[in-house]
Design a protein around this ligand. Structure first.
Ligand SMILES: Nc1ncnc2c1ncn2[C@@H]1O[C@H](COP(=O)(O)OP(=O)(O)OP(=O)(O)O)[C@@H](O)[C@H]1O
Ligand SMILES: [Mg+2]
Length: 403
């Protein structure tokens, strides 16, 4: 029987059927949408978490459920690279157009967007949103009123809006964006007309910090959802489900390896799962397949997620020796920190000699920092991505020990 396609999707938001966990977070967002629709209020939430932790996937799931359960129009808009409010609004309306095409409220959207819809493509089969800068600026300042107009143009078929502004990057540092958000919230709160809108912002913790630096009162305005890695049960459930979908089995030992080396970190789950899928040849993922998967995933993860300056810095043999030993061979699932005293016990004398230099260098590169509250000799990784990447370096030893 030919092997099926990999059920894993490294790097892109997960398809709904492979989505696991996040019940509380999804419920929190969907409950806000329900309230917004029932009371015609503006509900606000900020979703944050490390790179690859599952912010976009959570938003996608919440949009899907909210559309079905509460008859809203859900718009999940990616703002990577966007630095102006006009471009943001353009993307929102463009998305509205594309998302509504095959829906029964499309006529209302067409009436609302009016002559800003253009037929494009060789046979005019695609539609594009096209508006001059002047109209976009107007839409920025009249954002609330335009959304009200959109909803009244659609009529009773859709009862509210859920707008997700994902990948805030460029806009997070923009004072114009922070002020626009604040005015939008104030305007809707004090406006005589109601607007059933749920606004979800999604971005890295530092984006949220940047935004709040510009406009501190936004802190009170947005409820915060911080996403955490999966726990052991959820991680194993994810792998079981994914392999079962393609008629493959996975042994409990292999599941343990995948859990230990992924740390429940979603982006790693997919990279490592994909590599284990490729490593297997008989339809049953065993411990050895899992370990060779982890070893090849370490390379991919290094190339995709770790900055070249960090990879360059760890090139020397002694440094590699050290970082393989940062975590004990059976990792305790304490990925975030380590102590110098424990680490030095695991090093050879050659490695021990360069340990201070190694730690200094990693500090300079922003990979680790010293944690003041834990005391001297305690180091913390600035991101779980680094910690897990270092942990993965130990995989070949583990495989050899296992053989
Ligand atoms: N609940 C989930 N179930 C299964 N896989 C998930 C889940 N959440 C995220 N993933 C997977 O993890 C990876 C990262 O997810 P996603 O792109 O949603 O993260 P993100 O936090 O938006 O990342 P970024 O910070 O890069 O925008 C993807 O491969 C995705 O398929
Ligand atoms: Mg994302």
């Amino acid at each position: 029987m030919a092997k099926e396609y990999s059920p894993f999707t490294p790097g892109v938001p997960v398809p709904i059927e492979f989505f696991v966990g996040r019940e509380n977070e999804t419920t929190e967002i969907v409950t806000k949408v329900a309230k917004s629709v029932a009371k015609k209020t503006l509900e606000r939430v900020f979703i944050t978490g490390e790179r690859g932790i599952g912010k976009s996937s959570l938003c996608r799931m919440a949009v899907r459920i909210a559309e079905e359960k509460h008859a809203v129009i859900g718009l999940h808009v990616f703002l990577g690279g966007v630095t102006s409010l006009e471009e943001m609004v353009r993307r929102i309306f463009e998305h509205l157009l594309q998302e509504s095409r095959d829906r029964n409220w499309f006529d209302g959207v067409k009436r609302f967007l009016g002559n800003h819809i253009k037929e494009v493509g060789l046979f005019g089969v695609s539609l594009a949103f096209d508006a001059p800068q002047r109209d976009l600026s107007q839409a920025v300042s009249d954002f609330g009123p335009s959304l009200r107009k959109l909803l009244s143009s659609i009529g009773p078929q859709r009862k509210g809006l859920l707008i997700v502004l994902d990948d805030l990057n460029g806009l997070a540092t923009s004072a114009a964006f922070a002020n626009w958000l604040k005015s939008l919230v104030d305007e809707i709160a004090t406006g005589r007309e109601l607007l059933p809108l749920t606004l979800v912002l999604a971005g890295l913790p530092e984006r949220r910090r940047q935004l709040l630096e510009t406009q501190p009162s936004l802190d009170r305005v947005f409820d915060l959802i911080s996403i955490r890695p999966f726990d052991e049960a959820q991680t194993k459930q994810f792998f079981q489900q994914a392999f079962n979908k393609v008629n493959m089995r996975i042994t409990p030992e292999a599941l343990n390896v995948l859990w230990q080396f992924s740390g429940g970190y979603p982006v790693f789950l997919h990279e490592i799962g994909d590599a284990a899928f490729k490593a297997d040849s008989d339809g049953a993922v065993e411990k050895n397949d899992a370990l060779s998967g982890v070893i090849s995933a370490a390379k991919v993860i290094g190339a995709k997620y770790i900055e070249p300056k960090v990879l360059d810095a760890i090139w020397s043999t002694r440094y590699r020796g050290i970082l393989r030993k940062i975590f004990p061979i059976e990792p305790p699932h304490e990925f975030t920190h380590f102590t110098k005293a424990e680490l030095i016990k695991r090093l050879s004398s050659e490695e021990a000699k360069v340990l201070d230099n190694f730690l200094q260098k990693m500090k300079r590169l922003g990979v680790i920092h010293q944690s003041a509250e834990m005391g001297k000799g305690h180091y913390q990784f600035t991101s779980a991505l680094y910690a897990l990447f270092f942990l993965l370096q130990a995989a070949p030893q583990k495989a050899a020990a296992n053989a």
